[in-house]
Design a protein around this ligand. Sequence first.
Ligand SMILES: [Zn+2]
Length: 445
Amino acid sequence: MSQRTAILTQVAGFRGWKVQAGRWETKDGRRVVPVAGYDLPAEARLVLTLERRLAPRCAKCLAVGGTCHEKLPQRQWVDLPACGHPVVIEYAPERLRCKRCGARAVELLAFAEPQQRQTRRLQQHLALDACSMPLLHVAAKWGLGWHTVRRAEMAAIERWDKTMPKPALTMVGVDEKWLGRRHKLQEKFVTIVSDLSTGVPVWMGYGRDSETLKSWLDTLTAEQKKAIRLFATDMYEGFKKAIRDDAGLAHAALVHDPFPVIKRAGEAVTELRRAVFFRAGAEMRAVGKGARWLVLRSWDKSNEEQRAHLRRLFRLNGKLGRAYQLVEQLRTVLRSPDGKSLYDGLWHILRRTERRDNVPMRKLHESLKSHMDEIVALGEHHPPTGRIEALNNNWETLVRRGRGYRNHRHLLAKLRFITANPVGHVTGIKRFLALGLPVPFARAA
Ligand SMILES: [Zn+2]
């Protein structure tokens, strides 16, 4: 190995492979000779011709050895750029006759997956970029086609998915999600089923009726159904029906997700606020300005300034103040340690929302009453519904940026990946960056 190829081999860093030669090329494959031995056009790309150092390895069974069945033509893989120059890897793989499994498969390559035209580490970077950038921007950044980026990203995420443990589902969250405006699908909603113990979505289907959920339930085996302890849903009747109609799920508890309850209560307050302001005088209007989001915020999360604003508002209108206080109380009640105290707390709220002349609050009353059992079940089972919030946030980001996903398998895979790897702590960051990429074949070829 000359000093030049030794350095290139060290930089390339594929264990078990060495760079046999390196050359500079233009994009269309014409040779570039550096002016005065070093001066290159910025877009010149480095082509590294690789060579195996050790015996080949069967890609099917990983057995070392095997004899050459067919020498395949030279192939190229796009790799991560080096020092600002695009890098391409070149190698002529062999089709092996494996002594152990008898396969006639192309040898195992340390740098790329079969059928892929980008190296594994480039795919990893594409997938990471695609977590926070639209695919079009990722494609522009790396100088690849949109479809190439998407394929590479999917390959990386699927590789990651294979490394994920698949625990049996015990607590299931069922949620409906809006697909956003920017797509031409007839169906505007999807149903997402997630594992509450990890928060990671496991299934996604178009539509939000009982048939949609049933189509997922039908894929489960009797054992899988038996393992499910509870379902947390937003009490959409269709979901409830699909679960109750399934004889294999008779034992599973139905629990109301707390967020839609708070959301529903927030809607009642908003409605009341509107009604109040409709008839309000100038003073009230002046105070009410900018209070739209304020009245939906919990007291704990408001700062001093916001609290003062709220106090001024409620001094002018006691009805709104009482409604706000009620939502605060509902928040506390939903966190009750057991079913009994949740039941008592809920009844207290129901008594305070009974009056028929306060229409928005009365509507909340009806809604709470009709879902009483499932809300009380919340206190009995305590599903970790907080994880669903992360899913919600990720969903919003993805859909807003996605400009309408045409392929829901792609969307689900991405959602799984982002939800399972929060970058809020060190292990999350490590897992996010590794993206299921093992140390490239410690004992490869
Ligand atoms: Zn084999």
